[in-house]
Design a protein around this ligand. Structure first.
Ligand code: C5P
Length: 208
């Protein structure tokens, strides 16, 4: 069983995916971390973010077992990740590793931008989780302030809009819902309500 969860930054995919994986005893991969780990390796080595062969080499070296959101969550890493994510050979390298992960038993939950469209187009359950840019910016802002980081709501909103533009506008694997994805708009929905809606869809697919 593969559950594919896509959507824009800060829509609640991560929380929802972890909750689903824990509930069903499935393995979870946050594929954004694979792009972030590639970007961090380049930043750490002071290598440029616009050299595709160099970025591909770093992507091929990413170890899924070592991915840690607390190390990779920095804003600059997210920005750098969305820049190298436009490179087809970087995507190919990371998608191959993501597909190998998706085959793990008894089941997997993968979240990202292109899981239902490119990485696992045959996944029996596909969710597209979204929320308005303002709601997503507010959540990100509250999270940053909650973690003790100074933040400015309007610049958080501008960053989210810029990231959406880059993720939806790129030529290779742009962010968009798969034709057979179920849309979950979490703008006015609690995580619990989103989880229950997802659970009903997954249970229906498991009982088929
Ligand atoms: O989800 P997260 O913010 O960690 O992702 C960082 C960046 O990685 C995204 O903005 C996107 O450009 C890229 N990404 C992607 N495809 C995925 C997951 C993330 O292009 N499946």
């Amino acid at each position: 069983m593969i559950i594919a969860i896509d959507g824009p930054a800060a829509a609640g995919k991560g929380t929802l995916s972890r909750r689903i994986a824990a509930d069903y005893g499935f393995h979870h991969l946050d594929t954004g971390l694979t792009y972030r780990a590639t970007a961090k390796a380049l930043l750490d080595a002071a290598l440029p973010l616009d050299n595709e062969p160099v970025a591909e080499k770093m992507a091929l070296e990413v170890e899924l077992a070592g991915l840690d959101r607390s190390v990779l969550s920095a804003h600059e890493i997210g920005e750098a990740a969305s820049k190298i994510a436009v490179m087809p050979s970087v995507r190919r390298a990371l998608v191959e590793a993501q597909r190998a992960f998706a085959a793990r038993k008894p089941g997997t939950v993968l979240d990202g931008r292109d899981i239902g469209t490119v990485v696992c187009p045959d996944a029996p359950v596909k969710l597209y989780v979204t929320a308005s840019a303002e709601v997503r910016a507010r959540r990100r802002f509250d999270e940053m302030v909650g973690n003790g980081f100074p933040a400015d709501y309007l610049s958080v909103l501008a960053d989210i809009q810029k990231r959406d533009e880059r993720d939806m506008g790129r030529a290779d694997s742009p962010l968009r819902p798969a034709e057979d994805a179920h849309l979950l708009d979490t703008s006015e929905m609690s995580i619990e309500a989103a989880f229950l809606a997802a659970k009903a869809l997954i249970d229906a697919a498991l009982n088929k």
